[in-house]
Ligand binder design. Structure first.
Ligand code: NDP
Length: 280
C-alpha cells in the first residue's frame, strides 16, 4: 500500500522541537523576533501573514507586524527595511509577496540583509546554498527535504527529478537534493519527453503550477512523489499538481494536498527564524 507522507504531523513535530529550543534560548535571555511586512490587503496574503504570526506565537517567537497601505511607495518600504536591518532586536524580516505592482520586488528582496533573510530569497542566500555555505534556505524546498528525511526516504544515490525551475521552489529544491547526494534532473516547459524523464525518478518533486497534470503514467512503480502545487479544482476543493487518485496507485510514497508540503513551509520559516542566531 502507498505510504502517505504526512506534512501535518511532521510540521507539528518541527514546531514543537522549535518551541523547546526557543524556551531554552529564552531562559538564557536570548529572544527571537520576526518582522512581518504586508503592503496592501490582498486576502490570500492576509491569510498567509496571519498564519505566520500564529506560528510565531505558538513557538514563542516575537512578531512585529507592519500592515502598510496599498499606496506605500517603494522608497517608504525600503526605508522601513533599512530601519529593521539596523535593529539588533529583529532577527528576521519577511516581506509578504507579491508586493503591489508599483514596487520592484527584486529591489525589495535585495534590500533585506542576508543575515535576516528568513525567506531565503536574497541572491547571497541563493549563492550560499549553491556553494554549500551556511545561509537561509527557501522554506518550501527545505520543507520537502524534511518530509523525505522524517519519512525514512533515503535521498543519497537516488534518481531525483524536479519539475519546475522557479527561484523559490524548483531551483533551490534541486540544489538541496544535490546537497543530500541525490542524482538530480531539472525539468521545465521546454523539456522533451517529460514523461520518460519523470519515469526514471526514484523521487519526483512536482512544482509546475498546473492542477493534476502528473498522473500515474509519469511515475515509476514504487517512486516517491512530492506534490508542491496548490490549486482549487472545479468543485472548489484543494488539489495539487499531481492527480492523487491516479498517482497513488503506482507511487510507493506520496504527499497529499492539503496536508503534505503546504504546512511545511511555515514550519521551515519558523526554523529559519530560530536558525538566524547561527547565521553570521
Ligand atoms: P512557477 O509558475 O514560478 O514555475 C513553474 C515551473 O513549472 C516553471 O519552471 C515552468 O517552466 C514549469 N512548467 C510549467 N508548465 C510545464 C509543463 N507543461 N511541463 C514542464 N514544466 C512546466 O511556479 P512556482 O515554482 O512558484 O510554484 C509551483 C507550484 O507550487 C504552484 O502550484 C504553487 O502554487 C505551488 N507553491 C506551493 C507552495 C507551498 O507552500 N506548498 C509554495 C510555493 C509554491 P518554465 O521555467 O520553462 O516556464
Amino acid at each position: 500500500m502507498v505510504q502517505l507522507i504526512d506534512g501535518k504531523t511532521i510540521s507539528k513535530q518541527i514546531k514543537d522541537e522549535l518551541k523547546e529550543q526557543v524556551a531554552e534560548l529564552s531562559a538564557k535571555g536570548v529572544k527571537i523576533c520576526l518582522a512581518v511586512i504586508q503592503v496592501g490587503n490582498d486576502p490570500a496574503s492576509s491569510v498567509y501573514v496571519g498564519n505566520k504570526k500564529k506560528a510565531c506565537a505558538y513557538i514563542g517567537i516575537d512578531s512585529l507586524s507592519y500592515e502598510l497601505p496599498e499606496e506605500t511607495t517603494e522608497k517608504e518600504l525600503l526605508e522601513l527595511i533599512d530601519k529593521l536591518n539596523k535593529d539588533d532586536a529583529v532577527n528576521g524580516i519577511l516581506v509578504q509577496l507579491p508586493v503591489p505592482k508599483h514596487i520592484d520586488e527584486d529591489k525589495i528582496i535585495k534590500a533585506i540583509s542576508p543575515l535576516k533573510d528568513v525567506d531565503g530569497f536574497h541572491p547571497m542566500s541563493v549563492g550560499a546554498l549553491s556553494i554549500g555555505q551556511p545561509g537561509f534556505v527557501s522554506c518550501t524546498p527545505a520543507g520537502v527535504i524534511q518530509l523525505l528525511k522524517r519519512s525514512g526516504i533515503e535521498i543519497a544515490g537516488k534518481e531525483c527529478v524536479v519539475i519546475g525551475r522557479s527561484n523559490i521552489v524548483g531551483k533551490p529544491m534541486a540544489m538541496l537534493l544535490l546537497r543530500e547526494n541525490g542524482t538530480v534532473t531539472i525539468c521545465h516547459s521546454k523539456t522533451k519527453d517529460l514523461k520518460e524523464v519523470c519515469k526514471r525518478a526514484d523521487i519526483l518533486v512536482v512544482a509546475i503550477g498546473r492542477p493534476k497534470m502528473i498522473d500515474a503514467s509519469y511515475i515509476k512503480e514504487g517512486a516517491t512523489v512530492i506534490d508542491v502545487g496548490i490549486h482549487r479544482d472545479e468543485n472548489n476543493k484543494l488539489c495539487g499538481d499531481v492527480d492523487f487518485e491516479s498517482a497513488s496507485k503506482v507511487a510507493g510514497a506520496i504527499t497529499p494536498v492539503p496536508g503534505g508540503v503546504g504546512p511545511m513551509t511555515i514550519a521551515m520559516l519558523m526554523h529559519n527564524c530560530v536558525d538566524s542566531i547561527n547565521i553570521k
